[in-house]
Design a protein around this ligand. Structure first.
Ligand code: PSU
Ligand code: MN
Length: 303
């Protein structure tokens, strides 16, 4: 066990008994949604996982400790702190740990800490990827590198078109990360069910997803697997509405000179504002949908 890691007792008991656990990230709480919906959603996601008979482990850095499994109070603290909490990617952990500081974990650091704790499955909303214009900015999310080197299954709703989805898929292919569509041959685009880009493989049940992941582990791969689960039809957004909001948010980010780690949180928040909160409802629904799929899959994955 890493000396900086604290695994919550409930999570530790489940892991020791080889019962299923699903990890959850905390940047989605602090930087991905406004308070208090972020806290309500984080708790509802945990409850959804429990209702499937699986133990949730929300991940964060608190007082310099890497936490796998948070209390309600700790989730409330991160939700209230919002964007004032550090967004913690791989390069941030050494300083946060050394300083005893707090950090909200991205997909990258949630995978990293989940793996340290022995958790194999992680559910979230969307992942980071290759940004539009990356051929000049070199803005490529560390999430893709983590998928290349850490053996955790990430269940998401695809990627938002704030990213270049085609280049994101190319990057994942180069890194040898399998991209699986759940019940679809097409990469979902987060708010909408289709992107126009194909996935590598399709799986139609949690058992099938787990079989692919078990095989990947037993082949000795070091990297992870990306499962893309389309938003339920009833909550999908109108493509023209969401595309318009994303285009405007991207224009404003350029005009305002937003850079580095601020770009993704800026775009996420602007898209919510520009759609008058409609995108927030979709976002919550798709996260719950991913939590359910991750929990059902975790039950079939070999411990
Ligand atoms: N994309 C989303 N929602 C999110 C994020 C990305 O649709 O909440 C968050 C995740 O925590 C992800 C991080 O890991 O942003 C990626 O940030 P960056 O692009 O700076 O790597
Ligand atoms: Mn970036």
């Amino acid at each position: 066990m890493n000396k900086y890691l604290d695994v919550a007792p409930e999570v530790q008991l489940a892991l020791e008994a080889k019962r299923p656990v699903v990890a959850l990230e905390s940047t989605i709480i602090s930087h991905g949604m406004p308070y208090p919906r972020n806290v309500e959603t984080a708790l509802l996601v945990e409850q959804t996982i429990r209702d499937c008979g699986v133990v949730p482990a929300t991940v964060a850095v608190l007082g310099g400790r890497l936490k796998a499994g948070l209390s309600k109070e700790e989730i409330e603290h991160l939700g209230k702190a919002g964007r004032s909490v550090a967004k913690a990617s791989r390069r941030d952990l050494p300083a946060l740990v050394a300083r005893g500081a707090d950090g909200a974990t991205t997909v990258t650091t949630t995978m990293l800490i989940a793996h340290m704790a022995g958790i194999q499955i992680f559910a979230t909303g969307g992942i980071g990827g290759v940004h539009r214009g990356a051929e000049t900015t070199m803005d490529i999310s560390a999430d893709l590198e983590e998928l290349a080197q850490t053996p955790v299954m990430v269940v998401c709703a695809g990627a938002k078109s704030i990213l270049d989805l085609g280049l994101t898929l190319e990057y994942l292919e180069t890194k040898g990360v399998p991209v699986i569509g759940y019940g679809t041959d097409e990469l979902p685009a987060f708010y909408t069910r289709k992107s126009g880009f194909g996935v590598d493989y399709r799986a139609d049940s949690p058992e099938e997803l787990a079989a692919m992941f078990n095989a990947q582990r037993e082949l000795g791969y070091k990297g992870g697997m990306l499962v893309t689960n389309p938003i339920p039809e009833a909550y999908a957004m109108d493509k023209a509405v969401i595309d318009g909001a994303i285009e405007q948010a991207l224009r404003e980010s350029v005009e305002q000179g937003i850079k580095g780690k601020e770009i993704t949180p800026f775009l996420l928040a602007r898209v919510v504002e520009l759609t008058g909160g409609e995108s927030l409802e979709s976002n919550i629904r798709l996260v719950l949908n991913n939590a359910r799929l991750a929990a059902e899959t975790a039950k079939c994955v070999r411990a």
